[in-house]
Ligand binder design. Structure first.
Ligand SMILES: NC(=O)c1ccc[n+]([C@@H]2O[C@H](COP(=O)([O-])OP(=O)(O)OC[C@H]3O[C@@H](n4cnc5c(N)ncnc54)[C@H](OP(=O)(O)O)[C@@H]3O)[C@@H](O)[C@H]2O)c1
Length: 388
């Protein structure tokens, strides 16, 4: 029986993780659940999964949770400290990092420090502090397993092979809702259009990241740290069908691809069951019907977030954390209707231009870069929202 602590239990990935737990009650159990403010959903999860420990973002949320469900015998944590307690609970063998954004960084890092295996959906944490996290995992003998479907695909294709045997990692991208939309109409993109992803049903932040292609940029950085392959050997191809989840081209010219249906339960189950494979109740691809696989190169002019991510990786040090923080702030402002879609990459670029990258030796320095970028981006967004 593998005990799990789930950070971001109430989100889209979190809900799918719990569906896998329910499908394998004799192999997986819930030790801890951490969430932000969705106490209704968390209360249902507490009743169903009987965790030892839960955590929510604020005291008000913990009081609201206590009104909804009997918490006798359940430890209740609050804020970052609460999430860290969930992530380091003695009975948790694996931590599923499925919170959204920088809020997951410290708890995920502490989980690795405590020697827990981590199944990682929360890619922002690797973007911010990839080198530190990978080093910590290695030092503590903890596994860092990707949940992102692309990185799950790469993990399967690589199957432990060394970076020197890899010519290129090829991340596929659906292209998002604006794959064929003319650039001169991007200024008119509405929140609803941007939230309407063609192939995946996900939380709002990653859905906007998919529309700007920043999601793919974050994944390039994630792949660099997970697999030790430098950025110039991590390529992106647009693949609208989302059937090939990613590919590895080896130095001998062989290309291995992983194919599957677009259902997040597949990569989640892979990470939870690794190194075993468990029989899934999810239907596979239907090869009795004809389907096409198209591939195209991404258009960096229409989707400037992707080259910004490569630039952040090349600058190194604090720059990826700055990219991530500016992106989180800009996406939140777009979702709140404060800035147009085109202001997302423009704001990020402005913040990056103002930041001299410095080396980051520990988590504190990463968090300082994050805080600086949020302040600087805040100024940019105020100016841009006044112009709307
Ligand atoms: N969705 C997907 O299919 C998918 C695929 C690949 C990778 N990912 C990655 O997985 C992560 C989660 O994505 P998602 O789509 O599941 O997002 P989501 O549906 O928006 O869920 C986010 C989760 O984070 C929690 N959270 C937010 N603020 C918090 C705080 N201050 N303290 C503790 N928890 C907090 C939320 O709690 P409340 O709702 O209770 O506030 C929720 O449980 C992201 O990094 C995303 O890039 C997602």
């Amino acid at each position: 029986m593998k005990g799990l602590s789930i950070l971001g239990a109430t989100g889209s990935v979190g809900a799918n993780v719990l569906r896998i737990v329910e499908a394998f009650p004799d192999r997986l159990s819930v030790v801890g659940l951490s969430a932000g403010g969705n106490v209704e959903r968390l209360a249902e999860q507490v009743v169903r999964h009987k965790p030892r420990i839960v955590s929510v973002a604020t005291r008000e949320a913990s009081e609201a949770l206590a009104r909804l469900v009997d918490l006798r015998g359940v430890r209740v944590g609050i804020g970052q400290d609460g999430s860290v307690e969930v992530a380091t609970h003695a009975e948790a063998r694996m931590v599923v990092a499925a919170a959204v954004g920088a809020v997951g960084l410290v708890p995920t890092y502490r989980a690795l420090e405590a020697g827990k295996d981590v199944a990682l959906a929360n890619k922002e944490t690797l973007v911010m502090a990839g080198e530190l996290m990978v080093a910590r995992a290695r030092a503590r003998g903890a596994r860092l397993l990707p949940i992102d479907s692309e990185h799950c695909a790469l993990h399967q294709c690589l199957d432990g092979r060394a970076p020197e045997e890899v010519r290129r990692l090829v991340l596929t991208a659906s292209g998002g809702p604006f794959r064929t939309r003319p650039r001169d109409t991007f200024g008119k993109v509405t929140r609803e259009e941007a939230l309407n992803h063609p192939t995946w049903n996900m939380g709002p932040k990653i859905t906007i990241d998919s529309a700007t292609l920043m999601n793919k940029g974050l994944e390039v950085i994630e792949a660099r740290w997970l697999f030790g392959v430098p950025a110039e050997r991590v390529a992106v191809l647009v693949h609208p069908q989302s059937v090939v989840h990613s590919m590895v081209e080896f130095v001998d010219g062989t290309v291995l691809a992983q194919l599957g249906v677009t259902d997040m339960r597949l990569p989640i189950q892979y990470a939870l069951s690794y190194p075993q494979r468990w029989e899934a109740a999810i239907p596979g691809l239907d090869f009795t019907k004809a389907f096409k696989l198209d591939f195209d190169v991404p258009d960096h002019n229409r989707f400037p977030c992707l080259p910004l991510a490569y630039r952040a990786l090349e600058s190194g040090g604090s720059m990826p954390a700055v990219l991530n923080a500016a992106n989180e702030e800009a996406v939140a402002a777009f979702l709140a209707g404060r800035i147009p879609f085109t202001a997302i990459p423009e704001s990020i670029e402005e913040v990056m231009d103002a930041h001299p990258a410095s080396s980051v030796r520990d988590l504190q320095e990463v968090l300082e870069a994050d805080a600086w970028a949020r302040r600087r981006c805040g100024e940019t967004l105020v100016r841009r929202s006044a112009a709307v």
